[in-house]
Design a protein. Structure first.
Length: 120
């Protein structure tokens, strides 16, 4: 059975979350896992790596959303003669793409949740 600490370990592999303490990440990881578990198909393996990847992608997206309040995290900065400019919209689209790809990959182990339509 996948635990919140497993999701946290996957996220800590990403440098974007290395500054976050596990104590900050674990509540989000636990909440995501509690949301996903009832959506698993009865025949699905609760240790399936697709579930871990999906939980990590959803937790990553939620943590990204929470970190948006840190204004300096997404602003530009200067390093010597080089100016680094971050594009918040591009980063948000990237996070959404990761989430959507993980949802698509895990679809075979999840119950159908109803009708969903999105326009891009």
């Amino acid at each position: 059975m996948i635990e919140p600490i497993d999701i946290c370990a996957v996220l800590k592999e990403n440098c974007a979350f290395e500054s976050l303490a596990p104590e900050q990440m674990l509540p989000v990881c636990g909440r995501v896992l509690r949301t996903l578990q009832p959506r698993l198909r009865e025949e699905a393996d609760p240790d399936d790596l697709r579930l871990l990847r999906l939980a990590a992608a959803l937790a990553r997206f939620e943590l990204f959303s929470l970190l948006l309040s840190e204004s300096d995290r997404f602003s530009g900065y200067k390093a010597g003669d080089i100016t680094i400019q971050k594009n918040l919209q591009a980063e948000l689209r990237f996070e959404q793409q990761l989430r959507d790809e993980a949802l698509a990959a895990a679809a075979p182990i999840l119950r159908d949740g109803g009708f969903y339509a999105a326009a891009t």
